[in-house]
Design a protein around this ligand. Structure first.
Ligand code: NAD
Length: 363
């Protein structure tokens, strides 16, 4: 059986303990891994003088696949989010977030099974901003007011929203490829093209062209506000939601809430230079080292990683084992219980024990 070289970034806060749990269940599938462990964030600053050391980036570029724990962005420390920097350095342009209701979880409804594919590099999140009152903001306000023949209030701050043909094309192509590889039937482009004609309108026009090249997968589009209502009322009509950056961010949290919270929300950042699999949640520092939080989001990110590596049988087995543990409801952490102070909830490591036992029972 082929071995897979994977970069492992345990991260900080609860990262190391949930990653340890995820590694244990991934290895219990029988798939063989060579883990190349790298520190990032505060721990890396001590050794390398940077939160995102070059050897870590080189390792992901070489292995093309990483499993990552969350990394704290200290408030006011001056260092920008390592997570954002990592996405930019490796051009991880697609953020994939499945939203799936597992039986026994605190789901809003039981028929949830859709995937958010979020553009990760442009839109209003491009980080091009001009501070209110600055000389640059004033200059830009004057220029835009002349060009657009519309008045911008002089006491405004500005954020720029670039949306390109190339950026739109690759994310929509990605959504169709993902649909095909994962036996999904439909891609829905999510936008606000009725208001933002030259950004969202461009995205929609590109999406329609890409859809013509992919006639085997159904295509439709929805305006983002309607999309939110539809997801609450008729989620089973949707499959892959291909979203611009901001809408994808917001709909991801809507989705996480619909399946009972962050403890079951996995994610994958995929791009030209590799793929980084990580839970949606952060480092939950107040729970660090307490063997308390739910490791299932990072385990389910591991399921996505197995599928990405072509280990489909192992992915199905691991997802099935996690689903069984949730359905039985005995070996689950506090967040999956009706009451958060339920004394029968177990710790991070015991969840891994239960998933491993389930995998062995199903083998
Ligand atoms: P968070 O996701 O870390 O925690 C918010 C709350 O959600 C926690 O207090 C906890 O109640 C709950 N929670 C989170 N994960 C859970 C789990 N696995 N099981 C059970 N409950 C869970 O969000 P935050 O407090 O806003 O961020 C903490 C730090 O994490 C910040 O420094 C932030 O920048 C960073 N962060 C990192 C990433 C990443 O590495 N990708 C993502 C988001 C936030």
């Amino acid at each position: 059986m082929a071995r897979h070289a994977v970069t492992l970034v345990p991260g900080d806060g609860v990262g190391p303990e949930i990653c340890e749990a995820a590694v244990r269940v991934l290895e219990a599938t029988g798939v063989q891994f060579d883990w190349d462990v790298h520190q990032a964030g505060v721990a890396a600053i001590k050794e390398f003088g940077t939160p995102l050391p070059e050897p870590l980036l080189a390792s992901i570029r070489k292995n093309k696949v990483a499993l990552k724990g969350p990394i704290t962005t200290p408030v006011g420390s001056g260092f920008r989010s390592v997570n954002v920097a990592l996405r930019q350095e490796l051009d991880l342009y697609a953020l994939v977030r499945p939203v799936k209701a597992y039986k026994g979880a605190r789901n809003l409804r039981d028929d949830l099974d859709f995937v958010i594919v979020r553009e990760n590099t442009e839109d209003i999140y491009a980080g091009i901003e001009f501070e209110q009152g600055s000389a640059d903001a004033k200059h830009l306000i004057d220029e835009i007011s002349t060009l657009a023949k519309k008045k911008i209030r002089p006491d405004s701050g500005l954020s720029i929203k670039p949306v390109s043909i190339s950026g739109s094309e690759r994310i929509v192509e990605f959504a169709f490829d993902y649909a095909r590889k994962n036996k999904r039937r439909k891609v829905t482009a999510v936008h606000k093209a009725n208001i933002m004609k030259h950004t969202d309108g461009l995205f929609l026009a590109v999406a329609r062209k890409v859809a013509e090249r992919n006639p085997d997968i159904e295509f439709e589009d929805r305006i983002v506000d309607n999309m939110c209502m539809q997801l609450v009322l008729r989620p089973s009509e949707y499959d892959i939601l291909c979203c611009l950056n901001l809408y994808g961010d917001i709909i991801s949290d809507l989705g996480a809430g619909m399946i009972g919270g962050l403890g079951l929300a996995p994610g994958a950042n995929i791009g030209t230079n590799g793929a980084v699999f990580e839970a949606t949640h952060g480092s939950a520092p107040k729970y660090a080292g307490l063997n308390k939080v739910n490791p299932m989001a990072v385990m389910l990110s591991g399921v996505l990683m197995l599928r990405h590596l072509g280990e489909i049988a192992a992915a199905d087995a691991l997802e099935g084992a996690i689903a069984s543990v949730i359905a039985v409801g005995k070996s689950v952490t506090y967040d999956l219980k009706e009451k958060r102070d339920d004394p029968t909830s177990v710790g991070t490591s015991q969840v891994a024990d239960a998933v491993v036992a389930q995998l062995k029972a199903g083998a």
